[in-house]
Design a protein around this ligand. Sequence first.
Ligand code: FJE
Ligand code: FE
Length: 317
Amino acid sequence: MQESIKSQKIHSVIQTQDFSEMSNVVRQPRPLLRKLHARPQQEGVGATVRRSIGRSELKYFDPFLVLDEFSVTAPAGFPDHPHRGFETVTYMLQGAVIHEDFEGHEGIIEAGDLQWMTAGRGIVHSEMPVPEGTQKGLQLWINLPSTYKMTEPRYQELSKEDVSEATKDGVMVRVIAGEALGVQSPIYTVTPTMYLDFTLNPGARIRQPIPYSFNAFVYVLEGDGVFGSSRSSPVSAHNLVLLGSGDGLDAWNKSTRSLRFILVGGEPLEEPVVQYGPFVMNTQEQIDEAIEDFENYTNGFEKARYWSSKSSSGFGH
Ligand code: FJE
Ligand code: FE
């Protein structure tokens, strides 16, 4: 019997990340290495994304393949398409997106909700806006280690109320993955990853530990933030900041408005990356196999043969 996709485990050895040895003191704040402004571009069908990671100036920030701040208004969207070899993390900021996949897994991802999808060997799905208004969010693509690229697909979903929050001294954090201000996320990450959504009141400052080995970045959503050195100039919304080496982030809201940003870090895989659109593997041979498997409905794409989503039926799929 085929188990429901939701109940499938990636691998029995996967454990919740242990951040307990991480000191709460930041001695060596990571400097601001590089700043990139993400301009709007067209993706999917009529959707707009501000892509910071995954564009020509920054093809890959190991283990991160894509960071899109998306904005989609019906009838635009991301109709039926496949994924293999990585994870997609969808975090809604405004409105809602309807998700449907070829296993019959479906749902609405609303503002504040999180969908952590391990595509593994294969998912075919659609991601379409609800009919009313403009739907906004973030989608991050995290690469999988070579040994997990063909793992069974799996979802981890948290609704707004289930995303842990902590507040201290004018700082509010929503813990998507990892740990902050003593609060931990229940999300299992194959590639060790932290993902924090910070809101800082005017004048507030936070020092957030980051494992030394991680690559880490900040993406500003609202307001202006000072990162790295307290003398560096403020970074405004829609900018990505790559952080250099150190043991944590020093972030400061010197402005009179609220500051919102995400801090994301991950253990670099240091493996070859061969990408063809939604297939991300280690070799060209594996990419050729992915294309063949998708075309022939084999090795994980069996259920794509007779499936098309309800919500993209207007797109001629
Ligand atoms: C995709 C083009 C795409 N960013 N942000 C090519 F647009 C997509 C894709 C998305 C996407 C979906 C959402 Cl809900 C949010 C996104 C790209 O679906 F997968 C390929 N291959
Ligand atoms: Fe997708």
